[in-house]
Design a binder for this molecule. Structure first.
Ligand SMILES: [Zn+2]
Length: 82
């Protein structure tokens, strides 16, 4: 059972590795969803933007934010291994 955003994100990235056929929404689509107060998950479930579906997959909103955070982190730590 997923209880935190971090858990949902970990679960989702693991899911990406074993599933194909998913594609991130483009920015306009994402913005539209958020304006409606909803968001889709990679398996097409519809959830609130800041949560995850019953299958434990985070919304694209959470995923997109996490990827941007990681990008920044990767740039900040260039040349360093964790
Ligand atoms: Zn789902």
């Amino acid at each position: 059972m997923i209880e935190t955003v971090d858990e949902a994100l970990r679960n989702t990235f693991a899911w990406f590795e074993v599933n194909s056929g998913w594609a991130p929404p483009d920015d306009d689509t994402l913005v539209e969803w958020i304006a409606d107060g909803v968001c889709r998950c990679p398996d097409d479930c519809i959830v609130a933007p800041d949560t995850w579906c019953e299958h434990g997959l985070a919304s694209w909103w959470l995923i997109t934010n996490e990827l941007q955070k990681n990008d920044r982190r990767a740039r900040d730590r260039k040349g360093l291994t964790p």
